[in-house]
Structure formats: C-alpha cells, structure tokens
Design a protein around this ligand. Structure first.
Ligand code: F6R
Length: 610
C-alpha cells in the first residue's frame, strides 16, 4: 500500500526521504516520487514509475536538495501507475501533497474545483486535496488552517503529508483511517506511514490518532485533534532495532522470515506458559470477567490471517467445545448479523491496519458482541488501540509481502486463546497439559522442518514450467492447504487451488492430469486413511503427487508419488509445522521463476484501502 515519508531538517532531506522510501518498499507500490522545497521557496519534484531504484536514477540525473520535503510510494487505486498519477501531487506549483487512502467524494470536489478554475493533471483522487489546500490558502489561510479546512471536506480514508512553497520549514500531516507517525529528532522532525521508514534517523515516535492534524516544524510539533483543539499525544520509544528490517545475509526477506519462525514462536510463547498450563493473565487484567461469560467466538480477518482463523475454528470446537464462526472481513462488514449472547469478536491481523478488518471491528462495536480481542503483530496499530483485549504475536517486523512468520505466530496466539477460553468449557487439565507440552516443543519442531529446505528446493524444480496446481488437506489441514496455495500463487504466479481432499471427486478431479502437480499435507491423524483414498483418486488419473507426510506415515513407493517426511509432532500443532514446507516450496518455485519474491506484482503488504 502507499507509503509516505516527510522531513523538516537543517540538513539536506533528500537522502533521508530516499532511504525512507526504500524501507517502505515492502508495503507494495508501483511508482514513487519526491518533492523538496529549495532555499528560494520553490518546490521541485521527481517521479518515476516502477521501483524506488528508478526514482533514485532520476534523482541521480537531476538531484533535489533542500530542508523540507515529502516522498511517496504509490499503489495505484485511481488511475494507472504513470508518472502523472505518481505522488507528490501539486497545485499551481505552490502546494505539494502525498496521500495514502481513498478520497470517496473526490469527483464532487473535482467538479467544484474545476468550476473555480483549477486544472488537473492526473486521474487520482489525491490531486483534489492539493488543489483544495491551495484554494484555502489563496483565500488567506495558512498551511495548517488550509489543511484543517480541507480534511473537514473529505469523505473517505487518508494519511496526508502537505507542504507549501511559501511556508518553508513546515509540513502539515493529517490522519483518518490510514496510519501516520511522527518521528522526533533533535532540531528535525519527520513523518511516515510506519516507523520502519524512519528507524535510521530516530527511534522516538508519536502516533497520530484518528482525525489528528499535526503542524510539524524543525523545532516543534503541534498536534490538533479533530475538533481543532491542541492536544498532547504520548511519545513512544520504538523497540524495533534498525537491523530488524535488514535482510541479514538472506537473499530475500521472505526466506529470512521463514527461518525466523522458530525464534518468533519462542517469543510469542515467552512468559505465557507454565510447565503444563497457559498462564491465566496473559490477556490482561480485564480479560477474566469477559472470558467468564463467553459462550462462542466470531473470528474476522483477511487473507493469510483468515486462514489462521479457519484453523482455529477446529481448535475452538474440538478442544474448547466452543462454537466458532470465521468470516473474511470484507464480507462480514457488509452483511446483517445475528449475534448470540456471549460472543467474543476476534480479529487477526499482522499489520493491524487492514482496512476491511478495522472496519469490521468498528461495525462489530454496534452489534452486541461481548467484547473484541485482537491478535496482532504491531503494538501501535489501530486494531490494537481499538480492541478491548489484545494478544501481541511478537513476530517482529515482517517485510516480505507474503506473510509467513506472522501466520505461524498467529496460530500460536490462537492456541493460547483456545486454552484460556477452553478451560472454562470442555478443555480438561490433562488436554491443556498435552497442548502446552506441544507448544514448548514447537520452536524446536519448526527448526527440524526448516532443515528440509534443500530437499524442498529440489522439488520446486518440478513446478517451474507448470501453470496450475492443486493443494489438498483434510480437517485442520485444509486451511493449511489453502495457505500453501495462496503462498504459491502470490509469489510464483502459478495458479493454485486448495480443496478439502474429500471434495475432489465432486468436481476438481476433472482438472487432474500429468501437467497438474497435486500437493497434499498428510499428518498422522484420524483422517489419514481417508486422505490416502483421495490421493489414490489423483494417481488413478495420472496426476503427479507430492505429499508432505508425518514421518510415521507409510506410503508404498511408486511412480507418480513423492513423499517428503515431516518430523512428527502433536496433532494440535501439526497445522503450524506443516505450513513451513509449503512456504519453502512457494519460495523456491518463485526464486526459480525469477519473480520479485518480496514484492510480488499487484500486491501490498498493508492493505489500508477497502
Ligand atoms: C498473504 C498476505 C495477505 C494478508 C492480508 C491481511 O501472504 O499476507 O493475505 O494476510 O492482507 O493482512 P493483515 O494480516 O495485515 O491484516
């Protein structure tokens, strides 16, 4: 999704902005741009379609220099990725704007501005903001007042960074619906979409709240709430080290993050387990009275986080004895609901800024849920701030667009929740002790699976020239198959479908032939024999099977069947462990295909628009 960086400093800001943009690349984008005010109070701008490297090349040819500037990576929503649609957008050379989000009433504003003599160079919704700010300044408002007046006229979601040629040394930032953070320096201040962009220059941050407008100058930052009143927002020290967003010797962030899973899971579980139980207070002091009255769970999330929810449903129902529904956020928010008494509303999100999930949470507040609980990886995120209860996954920054360690740590967090709620229902102390023992062993189990990487890299060669593939699983492994298919399609661009294996004969079997690799996940569970029969159906049609199987499971060696033995683990944690080889498979196929693994085409890391 779009990324914003801005700086007001005594030193030249061009390098700071460029480095910030590089650090925001992981969010996904298709063009980039920068505007800097020179000492004579003129704003100069460079923009380029494609990677930040293209902008860097443009800047090498025609450098920008100055002490106040804004920069942007754009993920196209209104208008194709072109130079003209790239940000910053300018009004009559006087006002420059970068924007993340969507202005819903831009057409009406544009007509009105055109009527007032303003012209437009782009198809974006953002350009209306630049012109509208200019219009207010032309009627006498200073930059702050002009931005305040403009945001009051906007419908939709935005994070904005705005500068004006005749007010050098000043940036105005505003947020509603899209995240924006202010970085505090000494005699210099910054704005950005997230803290990663600014870690090389500061670790001190102020997070803007909904409706805030900030007046950012070299020596001061003044924040005004949506009513225009000046307010104090707490300063926070980021615990993310600047190195956390380096590749650290790995070829891609995704590979680094796959390999970090064992450590990330240990972090997620740290201080939350005794020898044989999940510690009762890990959801905070307010949790107990809420948990005591819960009777069911509604999970809402998107993409990979939704898959985590689908797996958790099996755990809630089989282990905790609690009914559980799971829905994608974009559907949940536009549907009428009947909410039974005592239902906990659970959101799952790596970023905590996914627009659909956030909107669903806000919608849920009026629907009579007992409480909301977020399982999230970003402590400062909107989702965390707006939920009643929170469990942080502590996976550390995830930069690769394809979610890996965020997913497995979400699953670990969900198991903690299943135990905390389950012991009030069907979960016995003995089952909890079994689960907790499996959780204690989990980081080591993931380490053992990671050791399979060389074998998986070899298997990946079989996929390179394929256009379609099928993933199969049963029970809680069906969502694992969904996740494996999602990973493969998003980074290798090979079409991948996932099915519950028993559903094969009801349609998808028609697709199976020698050109369609079929991947199956086969833990040693009660559905194993059924899965084996389903796999026979594939073999009988000449399909080539790749089975990731628990190492206790016996398959007769035969043509058309490749089995990769996965170290056996407790059935409950098997979905986490079996996910890892599927991540590695997708990764190595993508590398062989030469795709942009960390930034796959058309995708964004943090989907802050609807
Ligand atoms: C896929 C992926 C996405 C995200 C989805 C939700 O690899 O990363 O499907 O899972 O966009 O994002 P979060 O978890 O940030 O709400």
């Amino acid at each position: 999704m779009c990324g914003i960086v801005g700086a007001v400093a005594e030193r030249d800001v061009a390098r700071i902005l460029l480095e910030g943009l590089k650090r925001l690349e992981y969010r996904g984008y298709d063009s980039a741009g920068m505007a800097i005010a020179d000492d004579a109070g003129r704003i100069h701008r460079r923009r380029a379609v494609g990677k930040v490297a293209s902008l860097e090349a443009a800047l090498a040819e025609e450098p920008l220099a100055g002490h106040t500037g804004i920069a942007h990576t754009r993920w196209a929503t209104h208008g194709r990725p072109t130079d003209a649609n790239a940000h910053p957008h300018m009004a009559r050379g006087q006002v420059a704007v970068v924007h993340n989000g969507i202005i819903e009433n831009y057409e009406a504003l544009r007509r009105d501005l055109e009527g007032a003599g303003y012209t437009f160079e782009s198809q974006t919704d953002t350009e209306v903001v630049a012109n509208q700010v200019h219009r207010h300044m032309a009627s006498g408002a200073d930059l702050l007042a002009a931005v305040q007046a403009t945001v009051a006229e906007l419908d939709g979601a935005y994070a904005l960074g705005v500068m004006a040629a005749d007010e050098p040394g000043r940036l105005v930032a505003a947020r509603r619906g899209s995240p924006l953070v202010i970085g505090l320096g000494i005699g210099e201040h910054f704005i950005a979409s997230d803290v990663f962009a600014l870690l090389p220059v500061t670790q001190r941050f102020v997070f803007l709240e909904e409706g805030d407008v900030a007046d950012v100058r070299r020596e001061t930052v003044a924040i005004h709430d949506r009513g225009g009143k000046q307010v104090e927002r707490p300063e926070r020290l980021s615990e993310v080290s600047p190195d956390a967003v380096e590749r650290g010797g790995y070829r891609h962030f995704m590979l680094k993050e796959i390999h970090e899973q064992s450590h990330a899971l240990a972090e997620t579980l740290e201080g939350r387990l005794s020898r044989d139980a999940v510690l009762p207070e890990i959801f905070g002091p307010d949790a107990r009275p809420i948990f005591d009255r819960l009777q069911r769970v509604q999970i809402v999330a998107c993409g990979t986080s939704y898959h985590a929810g689908l797996i958790a449903r099996y755990w809630f129902e089989s282990l905790a004895g609690l009914p559980c529904d799971v829905e994608v956020a974009s559907e949940f928010r536009y549907r009428r609901h009947v909410v039974p008494d005592g239902t906990l509303f659970v959101t799952i999100s790596q970023s905590g800024e996914t627009a659909d999930t956030l909107a669903a949470l806000r919608e849920a507040k009026n629907l009579g849920f007992a409480a909301s609980l977020a399982i999230c990886n970003v402590p400062e995120s909107s989702l965390v701030r707006e939920s009643d209860l929170v469990l942080m996954t502590r996976a550390g920054p995830e930069i690769g667009v394809a979610s890996t360690k965020a997913f497995t740590t979400q699953l670990a967090g969900l198991l903690l929740l299943v135990a905390a709620l389950g012991r009030r229902h069907a979960l016995t102390a003995e089952s909890e002790a079994g689960l907790v023992a499996a959780l204690h062993d989990l980081p080591a189990a993931v380490e053992r699976v990671l050791a399979l990487e060389p074998d998986i890299a070899d298997l990946a060669e079989r996929f390179v020239d394929k256009r379609h593939s099928l993933f199969l699983g049963r029970g809680a492994q069906y969502p694992v198959a969904l996740e494996g298919a999602l990973k493969l399609k998003e980074i290798s661009y090979i079409h991948a479908e996932a099915y519950p294996a028993g559903e094969l004969k009801h349609g998808p079997l028609a697709l199976v032939d020698a050109d369609m690799p079929v991947v199956a996940v086969a833990p040693n569970d009660e559905l194993l024999e059924k899965l084996k029969s389903n796999l026979q159906e594939v073999e009988a049609r000449g399909g080539e099977l790749l089975v990731f199987a628990d190492d206790r499971v016996q398959f007769t060696p035969r043509d058309g069947l490749t089995v990769l033995a996965v170290p056996s683990v407790h059935e409950l944690v098997a979905p986490l462990v079996f996910t890892v080889p599927l991540q590695l498979l997708a990764y190595h196929v993508a590398v062989l295909k030469g795709t942009d693994v960390d930034k796959p085409r058309n995708l964004a890391k943090s989907v802050t628009v609807e």
